[in-house]
Write a protein that binds this ligand. Structure first.
Ligand code: AP5
Length: 254
């Protein structure tokens, strides 16, 4: 029991009060941030890592089209329709999945776009037709995009990040052998499963993904620049350093 002024509160009440205070603080912090976001950048730049922290710290809804497809591949997500089976074949080769399939997956998750705390679209859009379709979808839903964040990273660092990446096979997280190692060697901190290498992180597939990025996704940088939405963030340094840079870039000029 603790007495605050004339009021006595027990542990349960104190925990609840702390929770409410934390939620109110987060909500105030979020209100000061641009929070309807598209995340751009080459494979391995750290988009997923940053989106995960934005979700954890500010409750921003993280929508990763790559993650949805990996869930389908692992049998944890949607049933494998013929369109999704074909999508997985593109993915294994490091090529982009057809726009129509991706747009369907995003439309099915449009609730995320309405999340009170905002959204971070990670790996979508990836082509100009996808970007135009997103603009139309947002218009239909009465929403606007606040910013497109481009995470820029020199190629040699991209390769280091991809070659050291390991993931939990049960979808419990993304690790890096040096930069973000698990507590126990090669084991997921949350479920203890043996970490695995992503199928598309093999060098020959990485080359195809880089080509797809250069050819189809890089033009989105100019697309969002023209709309006055582009913010470029240097993705070098530790994940928490990049996060600080990201949050600073997202602060609204009130
Ligand atoms: P997707 O899953 O979106 O892959 P990607 O864009 O290639 O991006 P990655 O997940 O590889 O990298 P990331 O930038 O998220 O980096 P991460 O945070 O993991 O797509 C996969 C495939 O799905 C595509 O190839 C395509 O086939 C298909 N697809 C998906 N969306 C599509 C779409 N819209 N249209 C068509 N096809 C689509 O970090 C990488 C590593 O670095 C990790 O190990 C991490 O721990 C580490 N790391 C992160 N930050 C740092 C740091 N600051 N310092 C050191 N290490 C760090």
């Amino acid at each position: 029991m603790v007495t605050v002024g004339a009021v006595t509160i027990d542990g349960v009440q104190r925990k609840r009060a702390n929770r409410l205070l934390l939620a109110a603080r987060r909500s105030r912090a979020r209100a000061r941030l641009l929070s309807r976001l598209v995340l751009l950048g080459p494979p391995g730049a750290g988009k997923g890592t940053q989106a995960e922290v934005l979700e954890r710290k500010f409750g921003i809804c993280h929508l990763s089209t790559g993650e949805i497809l990996r869930d389908v591949a692992a049998g944890n997500g949607l049933p494998q329709t013929s369109a999704l089976k074909s999508a997985l074949r593109y993915m294994r080769r490091g090529e982009l999945v057809p726009d129509a399939t991706i747009l369907e997956l995003v439309r099915e998750r449009r609730d995320c776009l309405h999340a009170h705390q905002g959204f971070a679209l990670d790996g979508f859009p990836r082509t100009l037709p996808q970007a135009r379709a997103l603009n139309r979808l947002l218009l239909q839903e009465g929403l606007t995009l606040d910013a497109a964040l481009e995470f820029s990273l020199p190629m040699e660092q991209v390769i280091k990040r991809l070659s050291g990446r390991r993931i939990c096979p049960n979808g419990h997280g993304v690790y890096h052998l040096k930069a973000r190692p698990p507590k126990v060697d090669e084991q997921c901190d949350r479920c203890g499963a043996k970490l695995v290498r992503r199928e598309d992180d093999r060098p020959e597939v990485v080359r195809a993904r880089m080509n797809a990025y250069e050819k189809s996704t890089r033009p989105l940088i100019a697309f969002y620049k023209e709309q006055g939405l582009l913010i470029t963030i240097k993705a070098q340094g530790k994940p928490n350093e990049v996060f600080t840079r990201t949050v600073n870039a997202l602060k609204r000029n009130l």
